[in-house]
Design a protein around this ligand. Structure first.
Ligand code: FPP
Length: 250
């Protein structure tokens, strides 16, 4: 069914805030093009919006906010754009670390982090170290992340463990599989309750393929740099009016 829900008569309920929200931040390039700017200007504006939306999510009481910042397929973009995207965490943390600390936000990263340039990796590691004792929302950057790569790496790790006689093939269940995914650090919060994709595209684009099994999805027409705190509130209201059945009858 096409999403025709009109949220104008509804208010945000603080009792049913999704614990884990994942966002595919799409539309930076189009935002820039509309203004006659280079694509990287859109990424820069998108980076600034990460701060706004992270603080709003934290204020709403979201426990985990996962942001798809760079996919395993994004390496296929022109080198200049890839280089710019690789530098974004450096800019982001150098400007916004005080805001993250003030809001008690803990930074983590899920992705094939060892494959990104050393200086970017170091800055992400430093942000994780500096915020490790924060007890508020977890801001999870999916950086060099791909859902298929996540599942493949888990499969390889499990095959190795069977080979090493850690357990039998038959012992592999969903719990053991999840323990080997990149999101294992999130424990019981690993699966998003709500996925938001901006810019009107209605694809998953290789994001959290295992973890999204029962996630509610909202597709917002705004381009990521224009996506506002009010948009987030409205998208959460949409989530709150969904009937989550997890394959059961009620
Ligand atoms: C997709 O838009 C967006 C990306 C590939 C990059 C997203 C990154 C950010 C929003 C900034 C991340 C911030 C940090 C701190 C790492 P697109 O370029 O595909 O847009 P288009 O579809 O309009 O071309």
């Amino acid at each position: 069914m096409v999403d025709t829900f009109d949220d104008s008569d509804y208010q945000l309920s603080m009792d049913n805030i999704p614990k884990h929200i994942a966002i595919i931040m799409d539309g930076n390039g189009r935002w820039a093009k509309k203004r006659g700017l280079q694509r990287i200007a859109g990424h820069k504006e998108g980076m600034n919006n990460v701060k706004t939306i992270a603080i709003t999510a934290s204020d709403f009481g979201v426990k985990v906010l996962t942001l798809y910042a760079f996919s395993t397929e994004n390496w296929g973009r022109p080198t200049s754009e890839v280089n710019f995207l690789m530098r974004l965490p450096i800019d982001f943390f150098s400007v916004f670390m005080p805001d993250l600390m003030k809001n008690n936000i803990k930074v983590i990263a899920t992705g094939l982090i060892e494959k990104i340039p050393k200086n970017t990796r170091q800055i992400i590691q430093r942000a994780m170290d500096d915020t490790k004792d924060n007890t508020g929302m977890i801001l999870n950057f999916a950086f060099n992340y791909g859902g298929r790569a996540d599942i493949l790496e888990a499969t390889k790790a499990l095959a190795q463990k069977v080979k090493d006689n850690e357990f039998s093939v038959d012992a592999i269940d969903e719990k053991i599989f999840e323990d080997n995914l990149l999101t294992n650090v999130l424990g019981e919060l690993a699966d998003p309750d709500l996925l938001i994709r901006t810019s009107g595209e209605t694809r998953i684009s290789n994001f959290m393929l295992w973890q999204l099994a029962y996630t509610e999805m909202v597709f917002n027409d705004n381009l990521w740099p224009d996506y506002s705190s009010e948009d987030l509130e409205h998208d959460i209201i949409k989530y709150q009016n969904r009937d989550r059945r997890f394959g059961k009858l009620n």
